[in-house]
Design a protein around this ligand. Structure first.
Ligand SMILES: C[S@@+](CC[C@H](N)C(=O)[O-])C[C@H]1O[C@@H](n2cnc3c(N)ncnc32)[C@H](O)[C@@H]1O
Length: 223
């Protein structure tokens, strides 16, 4: 990969947290490697089914619920935080065949995905980077929107959430102004309503959110 892209696509989060239990470590050492880890950036999508991508799945509550409930959808989850990957694997009732995990920066995986290959992208509660000088670290930027527009199929969905109003405004404004996306709001309070098939109450991150009770939902579509 060109060096300028590696620098531009720098990941600012953490990759490791508290020491893992031996059970969770064994999930990473065996289950993850044998069943889920993406090791090559070729043939990432399933040509016969829909392909849904989650960027920054955290502990994977949403991805776990969705991939078990929808065996006919091929899911790709991106998360560099290994404790989160272990939490996702621990939550699966049995091995699933419709999930692959990229344990690194989503930007690199997105660069490798073919044009118009993804049916849905979820970006749930991305890091808010509240300080103005850190806003350039926010996931939603004009260039990441260009990349997501490229990989989404026509009418593909781009679903975001956050409990941080300033970030909700940022994500809404950038995506609204991007020529490839349209906002699918059906009512004035659409930004308070989860997607129709939202499978959970709240993710752990949503429950401990410091910014208040409100979760803002932004549901966009690729034109
Ligand atoms: C605030 S947490 C939210 C986790 C989860 N989506 C939820 O709602 O509970 C943001 C997550 O995004 C991940 N993340 C941040 N930048 C990322 C990137 N460039 N690629 C993949 N994951 C990223 C972080 O490691 C972190 O786990």
């Amino acid at each position: 990969m060109a060096e300028d892209k590696l620098i531009k696509h720098r990941f600012h989060g953490r990759r490791k947290g508290k020491p893992l239990t031996s059970y969770r470590q064994s999930l990473l050492d065996k289950d993850f490697i044998e069943n889920y880890k993406i090791t090559s950036l070729h043939n990432l999508v399933n040509e016969n089914n829909e392909n849904w991508l989650e960027i920054g799945f955290g502990n994977g509550e949403f991805l776990s619920a969705m991939c078990q409930a929808r065996p006919n959808i091929h899911f790709i989850g991106c998360e560099p935080f290994v404790n989160g990957i272990a939490a996702l694997l621990a939550s699966l009732e049995k091995t699933v065949g419709n999930l692959k995990i990229w344990d690194d920066n989503a930007r690199h995986l997105i660069d490798a995905l073919p044009d118009a290959s993804i049916d849905r992208i979820y970006l749930l509660n991305p890091d808010p980077w509240p300080k103005t000088r850190h806003h350039k670290r926010r996931f939603v930027q004009d260039d990441s929107l260009d990349d997501m527009a490229r990989i989404l199929k026509p009418n593909g969905q781009f679903i975001m959430s956050t409990d941080v109003s300033n970030l909700a405004n940022w994500m809404h404004e950038h995506t609204w102004n991007h020529p490839a996306f349209s906002w699918t709001a059906k009512s004035q309070d659409d930004w308070l309503i989860p997607p129709d098939d939202w499978p959970l109450d709240k993710t752990r991150y949503m429950k401990k959110a410091l910014g208040g009770e409100t979760i803002y939902w932004l549901k966009f579509q690729r034109k």
